[in-house]
Design a protein around this ligand. Structure first.
Ligand code: NAP
Length: 348
């Protein structure tokens, strides 16, 4: 059994080769990303909004050189190397395709698209254009998940029996209209539940069987979802459970329990943000790796720097968040939404 946890292999993000970024859709998470990138070697060259006024406001706030009043203008800037797509889920497909068609590398916010069919379209376009394309599932790229990755790869947990991940928050329609809006592909699953579903995929792979229950908001998106996943290749005894809701907060934790030990990702914040990794042995003794690197949303820098490193290496897909896995995560969420009874207007 492991006596110490492995060290993270993730390079210092502040040493990554610089890219010239264009931020597409300057909303809440784009502001967090801008703050994170400003502390790094990455350069935010341009921002594109549906309105010139919003682009100008964001550019002034973050000292961005070029502000465009349309997404088309942003992706047409020949000096922009990579585009960060930070719009609502409903728009990711169209805007990722727009950037890819302009020859840009793309970092696409989670959930990657509304559904797996849209994800396949984006992946096919990126592969055909030979541009780098990465789902912005930010925990995959930081030190915390790299420690867990090494523990899983070592087999130190024995046979994996149970994986549990929870993402419960209380987010009202007044606080965040987008999350309650079917037109923008809101709901707990795509916004919050994507983290637990992605965590199960990280720990166990793709389930062949999913059982889901849930209920809806008055606006018709999923308010609360609980799902059980089973049938993982090479892991016949493993069962995963996930819960997510927009209606009540709880600890946002995840664990992987095996016959030889368990990993716990508890946190005062979220299992998917920066934090400690705790390995508990069957006798109850534990070892813990401390949090490292930038904290909270400043850790968004890892995903951008990872994409910058891929580009510098001439690679187009991330080994930490493979595009085929992005598609399979969307397939799992499609199935969960089908069982819970949620579809979005105009969904392809
Ligand atoms: N990684 C994380 O921790 C994290 C956290 C929160 C959100 N996210 C993800 O980031 C994405 C954006 O979320 P957010 O919370 O930043 O959203 P937001 O604050 O509502 O901002 C989204 C921006 O998208 C643009 N937009 C384009 N089409 C739109 C439409 N039909 N309706 C409204 N806005 C539209 C708007 O900018 P313009 O009008 O200026 O173009 C808006 O400011 C989502 O995929 C979400 O899941 C990730």
């Amino acid at each position: 059994m492991m006596t110490v946890l492995p060290a993270s292999r993730i390079p210092d993000p502040y040493d990554a080769p610089p890219l010239r970024w264009g931020i597409l859709a300057p909303g809440g998470i784009a502001s967090s990303m801008a703050r994170a990138l400003q502390r790094s070697s990455q350069r935010i060259l341009a921002v594109g909004s549906r309105t010139q006024a919003h682009a100008d406001e964001f550019a002034a706030r973050f000292g961005v050189e070029r502000a465009y009043g349309s997404y088309e203008q942003l992706v047409s800037d020949p000096d922009v190397d990579a585009v960060y797509v930070a719009s609502p889920h409903s728009a990711h497909r169209e805007q990722a395709l727009l950037a890819i068609a302009a020859g840009k590398h793309v970092l696409v916010e989670k959930a990657f698209t509304r559904n797996a069919a849209e994800a396949r379209e984006v992946v096919a376009a990126a592969r055909a254009a030979k541009v780098a394309c990465v789902e912005a599932m930010w925990p995959r790229f930081g030190p915390r998940f790299d420690i867990v990755r090494q523990v899983l790869d070592s087999g130190a947990l024995g046979e994996i029996i149970a994986v549990d991940a929870t993402h419960n928050r209380q987010i009202t329609a007044e606080q965040a209209p987008r999350l309650h809006d079917p037109e923008r592909a809101g709901g707990a699953m795509l916004d919050l539940g994507v983290y637990p579903v992605s965590f199960v995929s990280f720990a166990l792979g793709t389930p062949s069987r999913v059982l889901a229950v849930g209920n809806l908001t008055p606006t018709g998106v999923d308010r609360t979802v609980a799902a059980v996943e089973t049938g993982f290749a090479g892991q016949p005894g493993a069962v995963a459970t996930i819960t997510t809701t927009l209606a009540a907060p709880s600890a946002v934790t995840a664990s992987i329990a095996g016959t030889e030990g368990r990993i716990e990702l508890g946190s005062s914040m979220w299992f998917y943000g920066p934090g400690t990794v705790r390995l508990v042995r069957p006798d109850g003794t534990a070892v813990e790796a401390p949090e490292e690197g930038p904290s909270n949303h400043d850790a968004l820098v890892y995903e951008a720097c990872h994409l910058a490193q891929l580009v510098a290496d001439g690679a187009t897909e991330s080994p930490y968040m493979p595009l085929d896995e992005t598609v399979s995560i969307m397939e799992t969420m499609d199935e969960i939404r089908r069982q819970v009874g949620v579809s979005f207007p105009g969904e392809r």
